[in-house]
Each structure stands twice: as structure tokens, then as C-alpha cells.
Design a binder for this molecule. Structure first.
Ligand SMILES: *Cc1c(COP(=O)(O)O)cnc(C)c1O
Length: 399
């Protein structure tokens, strides 16, 4: 028997409030790998909400690389990178990433959330402010909070608004943006932001969690799309949990910044290194991303995106200005978003509704994500189902 706990009233009240606002969240269990047709609650669905954009999370080459690396180096890192947890597979992955992206140094982090906390808390402080896009990922906001730095957020994607905020500060700080915005799928005006940071002598940081692997030449993400390099974008964060199909993250930067972060980024210093087996799998993933197969996967994804947008154009919803794998349909009301998600479930489509506070109040949505692992038939099923559900929903509203 597990002992019963007395839960404080305020905990129960907070839960009740979330429930009443249709904002309660809970985990669901997949009884299968992360594939386009996962098994959930003993039923098969076609899923359109994972971030496994290239379909690598269950790729045989990654599984083999993970097995092989575990055979050679074990499973656990055993300590932080700085004590004795930095193994050969970590080093090999860092060097391969640095070569791929054209940076002097790459440092691995256990997760993207921690990479952002680590970099921002080390580079910003009470006298070095943070200015960032209003729709940046939560971890970028939390990094600024951890740094106890003055924080201002500019209008989404708006360089003029960013410039106004930068001008308000007398000391230089850190300008940060997502590359691809995680809930909207659009891309930040990176070239202009880089120039702005440069003009004001601010540091410039981009989190390209959703662009790396999927976009640009060789999958080098927004960096490549915007024609930037290590000089114009000195701090680039990427994650492995999305296109790479594994877990963990990295920052690509200069030798000096890397030395500095190694001393002062607490979420780097005071945590166990990622599993060497994950590093081995991620290196295999990087090789795939750079290969002809990677290119083919990016092309298949692009075809799915084009097909989806063409079909949804005719439906009574507004598409977001996104050409990436993230294709949200904003519903607005949380309850309505849940309802549409449930209707889709009845038709065999799994797409979890995304609600505040993940997205701004009043912009609950179906965050539909497409993957190279989806087949053409999967896309047809998705669009046919959306057509049925959204048209019915639209008619109900009119009545
Ligand atoms: C997912 C995500 C992260 C967090 O990465 P994890 O490795 O999942 O912790 C950070 N930034 C952005 C933009 C993301 O989408």
C-alpha cells in the first residue's frame, strides 16, 4: 500500500481552476515507438503532433548506433562533463557538429531547456539585459529570469520593435530569438536581427530547435537560410529531440565563449553529461541528416507541407504564414480546440490541442506537425478528416 498524502488545499484549488478553464494537462502513454502510426490506449492512430520531423526517432541506423555505442562506452556518463563524464562519443559529436555548422566550438547540454538556461544565465545579468521575441520558447524566458537580468520582449518578428527596446538600454546585452517559432512555424528575420545586434554591439543568440535538420542547405537550418555564419550569429543553440530524433542539445559558438560557458554556465557545470549512447545515436543522426537520405527526407517533408497548405486553403480556417513542418490551425477557445482534437481522434487522427499558457490566451490551436515519415496516404487522411471536422464545426458555429 502506498501511504495516503495530505495534499494542501492550494494545490487542489490550482488543479480545480485549470480544470474549469479547460486547461488541465496530462500525459498519455504510447504503447509503440514514436512513429506516424503510434498505438495509444490499444488503438492505432495516425499522429500529427510529434516533433520527429524527419522520422529518425525510430530509425534502424540510430538504434544500431545507440546499441553499438552502449556496447563500447556503456549507458551512463557517470559524472558531469568537467569531472570525468566527457567520453569519446561526446567529443566526436561536438566536433562533427562544429564542422557541419562552421563554428570553432560546440558544447553539449542534456536538454534544450538546460542549454538555454545555461547560456543566458551565464551571459546576462543585472547589468546585461535580455531583449527577445514575444513568442520565444519558454526556456529562453526562464533563462533570463534565472540570470535576474532586465527582460523586455518585442512584438513578434518585428525588428523595429526590437530596435526600440535595444535603444532603451544604456548597456549592451543579449538579443535572442527562436529560428523557427515552435507554436507558429514561421521564421524570424534573422539577417536583420543580426545586423541590429551588431549595430548596437549586443550579443546575438538564436535557438533553432525546429530549423536544424529540416531547413537550409545540408539541413543547417535557419543559419543557412538567412545566409549567416559564426561571425554574424555567434551563439546558436540547437536541440536533438526534434529533427535529430534523439535527446539533448548543444550550443555552437566561438572558442572564447565556449571557455566562458564552461566556467560559468551552471546548468552545464552542475549536471551529469548526457548518456554517451545518446551521443553515439545523435552522431549517426547527424550523418543521416547530411546524407542523400537526409536530403530526400527534407524533400518529402517539403512536399507534404505544400500538399497540406493547398488542401487546407479551401477550409474555413486561416493558415499561419509557415512553410515549415509546423502548420498550426488556430481555433481560439480552449474548449473548442479540445473538441476538434476529440473529433479527429474519432477519425483515427491524433493531434493534441495546444492551449495557454503554452500559447497566448485566446489562441488555442491544433499544432499540426508533418514528418518525412508520413506517407502520402497519411496526408490525404489528415486533410480529408480536417475537411470533415472543420466544416462541421464551422456550420455549428453559424447556426
Ligand atoms: C523544444 C524546444 C526547446 C527545448 O528543448 P528540449 O531538448 O526539449 O529541452 C528549446 N527551444 C525551443 C525553441 C524548442 O522548441
Amino acid at each position: 500500500m502506498k501511504p495516503a498524502l495530505n495534499t494542501p488545499d492550494w494545490v487542489l484549488a490550482a488543479l480545480q481552476e485549470r480544470r474549469q478553464q479547460d486547461l488541465m494537462r496530462s500525459t498519455i502513454t504510447l504503447d509503440s515507438p514514436q512513429v506516424p502510426h503510434p498505438q495509444i490506449h490499444s488503438q492505432n492512430y495516425t499522429a500529427f503532433c510529434s516533433n520527429d520531423y524527419l522520422g529518425l526517432a525510430n530509425h534502424p541506423k540510430l538504434i544500431k548506433a545507440m546499441n553499438d555505442t552502449a556496447q563500447a562506452y556503456g549507458v551512463g556518463g557517470g559524472s558531469s562533463h568537467l569531472v570525468c563524464g566527457h567520453l569519446a562519443p561526446h567529443q566526436a559529436l561536438e566536433e562533427a557538429l562544429a564542422d557541419w555548422l562552421g563554428y570553432e566550438r560546440v558544447m553539449l547540454f542534456s536538454t534544450g531547456y538546460m542549454a538555454n538556461l545555461g547560456v543566458i544565465s551565464a551571459l546576462a545579468d543585472k547589468n546585461r539585459p535580455v531583449v527577445q521575441d514575444k513568442l520565444n520558447h519558454a526556456s529562453l524566458i526562464d533563462g533570463a529570469l534565472l540570470a535576474q537580468a532586465p527582460l523586455r520582449r518585442y512584438l513578434h518578428g518585428n525588428v523595429t520593435s526590437a530596435q526600440k527596446l535595444l535603444s532603451k538600454y544604456s548597456t549592451a546585452g543579449l538579443l535572442i530569438t527562436d529560428g523557427v517559432f515552435s507554436m507558429d512555424g514561421d521564421i524570424a528575420p534573422l539577417a536583420d536581427l543580426s545586423q541590429l545586434a551588431n549595430q548596437h554591439d549586443w550579443m546575438f543568440m538564436v535557438d533553432d530547435a525546429h530549423g536544424l535538420g529540416c531547413l537550409g542547405e545540408n539541413g543547417r537550418g535557419c543559419l543557412s537560410l538567412a545566409g549567416l555564419d559564426a561571425a554574424s550569429l555567434p551563439i546558436l543553440v540547437g536541440t536533438f529531440g526534434k529533427s535529430f530524433g534523439t535527446a539533448g542539445a548543444f550550443v555552437a559558438t566561438s572558442h572564447d565563449y565556449a571557455e566562458y560557458l564552461t566556467q560559468f554556465a551552471r546548468p552545464y557545470v552542475y549536471t551529469t553529461a548526457m548518456s554517451p549512447a545518446i551521443a553515439g545515436a545523435t552522431l549517426a543522426s547527424l550523418q543521416l541528416v547530411q546524407s542523400v537520405e537526409g536530403q530526400e527526407r527534407r524533400e518529402r517533408l517539403a512536399r507534404h507541407i505544400a500538399y497540406f497548405r493547398k488542401r487546407v486553403q479551401t477550409l474555413p480556417v486561416t493558415l499561419m504564414p509557415s512553410n515549415t513542418a509546423i502548420q498550426p490551425i488556430v481555433v481560439g477557445d480552449s474548449k473548442a480546440a479540445i473538441k476538434i482534437s476529440e473529433r479527429l481522434k474519432d477519425l483515427g487522427i491524433w493531434c493534441t490541442a495546444i492551449r495557454p499558457p503554452t500559447v497566448p490566451v485566446g489562441s488555442a490551436r491544433l499544432r499540426i506537425t508533418l514528418s518525412a515519415a508520413h506517407s502520402d496516404e497519411d496526408l490525404v487522411l489528415l486533410c480529408d478528416s480536417l475537411e470533415r471536422v472543420l466544416t462541421a464545426n464551422f456550420l455549428n458555429e453559424k447556426r
